[in-house]
Design a protein around this ligand. Sequence first.
Ligand code: UP5
Ligand code: MG
Length: 202
Amino acid sequence: FSPDDVTVIFVLGGPGAGKGTQCSRLVREYGFTHLSAGDLLRAEQDRPGSQFGNLIKDCIKNGEIVPMEVTVQLLENAMTETIRKSQGKQPGKKHKFLIDGFPRKMDQALKFEEVVCPAKLVLFYDCPEAVMERRLLERGKTSGRADDNAESIRKRFRTFQETSMPVVSYYEKQGRVVKIDATPKPDDVYKETQKRLTQVLG
Ligand code: UP5
Ligand code: MG
């Protein structure tokens, strides 16, 4: 597909900031397609015959970033597939994607915007670690996620600070970041998201 056929918004924020929660709502109301890099990686990890299964598993447990080639390819495939599926129904339609939890390292950001397409803007959900930790430990009671435990959470926070925040700063310097306080309850975070998106997207 051509970059002209799509609008991409990156959705960033620390582990447990509420990226997935907000994306689900935006999908319902604005017709975005939601692609979570973490979800795509977990699906690839479980795909029989995947050559990346063990690599992904280790990275996720340790809160480390999977090599960008893997993630960029998964995202590109998912975008292509979404467009292909809808082609018969609405030819020429411009597709809107929320890319959740990506890019979380500078090399991924540069690569994606070079080989796939530039992002229109970055939604950044800002949340204190103590709040995120509480949410993740609570979710961990039932989520079955291999990284929702105290030790993995600590590692995820560290990677977020050291590796992912520089990506947010990079986009901030370019004036492409919409920063939203993710501490209030989901409804209020969503209201603020709607308000700010309307200002930017019209
Ligand atoms: N919750 C949400 N919003 C709330 C609110 N406002 N008030 C109270 N509670 C709220 O929410 C987390 C929990 O909090 C839920 O229980 C929710 O109900 C509650 P969620 O919406 O799931 O938050 P989210 O930000 O999506 O948290 P998630 O755990 O998914 O964030 P991560 O960024 O850690 O996870 P992700 O799946 O993106 O990545 C996992 C791993 O994959 C990474 O650590 C990394 O190892 C790997 N990865 C890569 O290597 N490369 C990539 O590009 C992407 C991921
Ligand atoms: Mg998520």
